[in-house]
Design a protein around this ligand. Structure first.
Ligand SMILES: *Cc1c(COP(=O)(O)O)cnc(C)c1O
Length: 365
């Protein structure tokens, strides 16, 4: 059995996982430009401009900070900047990534109050309302739970949090740049995204938008953090107090050029269509979607139950070794039970059709 490594892999590998996603050749070329001193004016202009453009993707007027780090660094920043040891945070958990917020709160000495929903099922806003008490500093949730393929409705939760002193933290890492995320309209205080999913930039940049309500908290009672201290980023004239990834900034610029050439609305529509094509293909193969109902299915990753007649590991190995296609398995207790196809970033209809056709072959082999 061959495994993937840069030495053996085919450059035409089809990466159908929920991130990292395959890069546009233009983005690859942009990254081959030489490094320049990062304190030069041209670089800070370039860097600040990309943050401004990211706000359009976020559909927000809030401040937006770019960190060097994977998506989790922004999750960490969102929590640690607004919470102090002993503070309570309501963590809505229905998958692997929403669970991560619990760990982050604990790591910073906070007290997570965990509200669990079965993996694959939607969040019930009524339960959130019942559980939210005035002593809680924040509420955390994941918009697009990549581990289960569920797309959670943010607006009903935001409407509940809005009337309290708590801040709403939402992980949109696997949906930003692919789904319709209305940070301001919905009222997300701290919105987290990462580079390597729908934005189709390599891993290594993360994004965080911060509302005025959140700044008021941070100004009055900041959390304890150093590298990810958002005030340092905001107050820095160049919005980058530490050496930024110059190469990834080139990549981000090119990727945003591509996003705006396509048009954000068209891009959102494309992801929605890809998800529909994937779901109908999966059902046609006689497989069952993992989320409890189709209306809560993600637009960027489709999760489905592994068939009984064949192990999902064997299926994924056939896809990889014979067809050069990589799809994902399940995480945590869903390992071996579900499979996931990512359709985000530069993914096109033909990539889905190819994946589904090869999946059918692999199922019958
Ligand atoms: C990928 C992902 C993360 C983790 O991001 P990293 O870049 O690996 O740190 C967190 N949340 C969701 C929903 C994701 O899909």
């Amino acid at each position: 059995m061959s495994s993937l490594s840069p030495l053996t892999m085919d450059e035409n590998l089809l990466l159908m996982i929920p991130g990292p996603t395959f890069l546009h050749p233009r983005v690859l070329r942009a990254m081959s430009k030489p490094l320049m001193p990062h304190r030069e004016q041209w670089f800070s202009d370039l860097f600040i401009e990309q943050a401004e453009r990211m706000k359009k993707v976020y559909q927000t007027e809030n401040d937006l900070i770019i960190f060097s780090g994977s998506g989790t660094s922004s999750m960490d920043a969102a929590v640690s900047n607004v919470m102090r040891p002993g503070d309570k945070v309501l963590c809505i958990v229905s998958g692997k990534f929403s669970e991560r917020f619990v760990e982050i709160v604990e790591a910073h000495g906070g007290v997570p109050v965990v509200l669990k929903f079965e993996w694959g099922s939607p969040i019930d806003p009524e339960k959130v309302k019942e559980k939210l008490t005035p002593d809680m500093k924040a509420v955390s949730m994941v918009h697009n739970e990549s581990s289960t393929g569920v797309r959670n409705d943010v607006k009903p939760i935001a409407d509940i949090v809005k009337d309290t002193d708590a801040l709403l933290i939402v992980d949109c890492i696997s949906s930003m740049g692919g789904d319709d995320i209305r940070v301001d309209e919905w009222g997300i205080d701290l919105c987290v995204a990462g580079s390597q999913k729908c934005l189709a930039v390599p891993p290594g940049l993360s994004f965080l938008s911060i509302s005025q309500k959140a700044w008021d908290v941070i100004d009055e009672r900041p959390g304890y953090c150093y590298y990810l201290n958002v005030k340092k980023y905001k107050d820095d004239e160049k919005k980058a107090p530490y050496t930024q990834s110059i190469t990834l900034t080139y990549a981000l610029k090119e990727a945003l050029d591509i996003i705006f050439e396509e048009g954000l609305q068209n891009r959102i529509e494309r992801h929605k269509n890809l998800a529909e094509i994937t779901r109908s293909g999966i059902k046609n193969l006689g497989l069952e979607l993992f989320p409890k109902s189709e209306d809560i299915c993600s637009r960027t990753v489709t999760a489905f139950n592994a068939p009984e007649q064949k192990s999902e590991k064997d299926i994924r190995n056939t896809l990889k070794n014979r067809y050069n296609i990589v799809i994902a398995g399940g995480q945590a207790h869903l390992k071996g039970k579900i499979m996931r196809i990512g359709h985000m970033g530069n993914c096109q209809e033909k990539d889905i059709i190819t994946t589904l056709a090869c999946l059918e072959k692999a199922l019958n082999m």
